[in-house]
Design a binder for this molecule. Structure first.
Ligand code: FMN
Length: 270
């Protein structure tokens, strides 16, 4: 039995909810799966205040006392997460953006490496690619393996039959791909994932004094060890590894230079 959590960023029971339920129905036809919905519109999730406490001291020190820890716990308990949002103003909905902002510490301290993600958006006409690219970035950096991307055109008028059929086929394919992903081990990371790993490692190693919570997290996970090639033990393409190591050296040098410049500036002003 696999568990799927839908993070629903639509403020209504509309097109995005119908699309998520369409995926649920199709996945239930493929095997045993339990769906749970986290309706952001009903969650007690306040807007981030930008205090930096989660980055600097740890998320447990966030001054906002609301559903955030519970939402993170629900993501940990799931085998797969569907990130679902309508396109609003050429971007994710405000509800969804608040969700991402509140979990921004995960960009520094990623954690969902044993989970698969499905990205889902619906739009009147435009913005589908931009939103899916953004969701892709968020999910990957948080540690998910992205198993599929679904973008449906759902304007506020009746669609021609051919487009209705095309949307149904898109949902069929997404449900199958997501279902299969839940039953197989994680795939080897692509070159972008490897570059992200090395770029982040260089940054957090160099910023140990400025970002000690991040440094400690990376060290405890063993990710700062030179022998570690990725966040989790999976085969890594040697070419990607070589490229990543080069990027790591370059990013490390740039961060050191920038920090030295900042130190000089502060010495001159004292
Ligand atoms: C506030 C708002 C902003 C929207 N912005 C866009 C947009 O930028 N581009 C677009 O093509 N459609 C836009 N739409 C249309 C929605 O993306 C589309 O109807 C979507 O399927 C709505 O999903 P929902 O029913 O889950 O809210 C917008 C709709 C609303 C209500």
């Amino acid at each position: 039995m696999k568990r799927v959590l839908v993070i629903m960023g639509s403020p209504r029971m509309g097109n995005t909810m119908r699309a998520a339920q369409g995926i649920e129905e199709r996945m239930q036809g493929l095997g045993e799966v339990v769906f749970e919905y986290c309706m952001l519109r009903d969650a007690d999730l306040a807007r981030c205040r930008g205090c930096f406490v989660c980055f600097q001291k740890g998320e447990e020190h966030c001054p906002l006392r609301d559903d955030a820890p519970d939402i993170e716990r629900r993501m940990h308990e799931a085998d797969g997460v569907i990130f679902a949002t309508p396109v609003y103003g050429m971007n994710v909905s405000g509800l969804f953006k608040t969700f991402v902002d509140r979990f921004s510490y995960i960009f520094h301290r990623p954690r969902f490496f044993d989970k698969k993600a499905l990205l889902l958006t619906t739009t009147g006409a435009l913005g589908e690619k931009e939103v899916l690219d953004y969701l892709d970035l968020v999910a990957r950096i948080w540690g998910f393996e992205v198993a599929g991307r679904v973008g449906l055109i759902t304007p506020p008028y009746d669609l021609p039959e051919e487009k209705v059929r095309r949307n149904a086929e898109t949902l069929d394919a997404a449900a199958r791909a997501f279902h299969d992903s839940l039953y197989r081990p994680r795939r080897s990371p692509g070159w972008k994932d490897i570059l992200v790993f090395h770029g982040m490692r260089a940054t957090f190693r160099e910023l140990a004094a400025l970002a000690p919570v991040d440094y400690e997290y990376w060290e405890q996970k063993g990710w700062l060890d030179r022998k570690t090639r990725y966040f989790v033990e999976v085969p890594v393409n040697p070419l990607y590894h070589a490229l990543g190591s080069l990027i790591e050296w370059y990013v490390g040098r740039q961060v050191r230079k920038e920090m030295a410049g900042l130190r000089r500036k502060s010495d001159q002003s004292t």
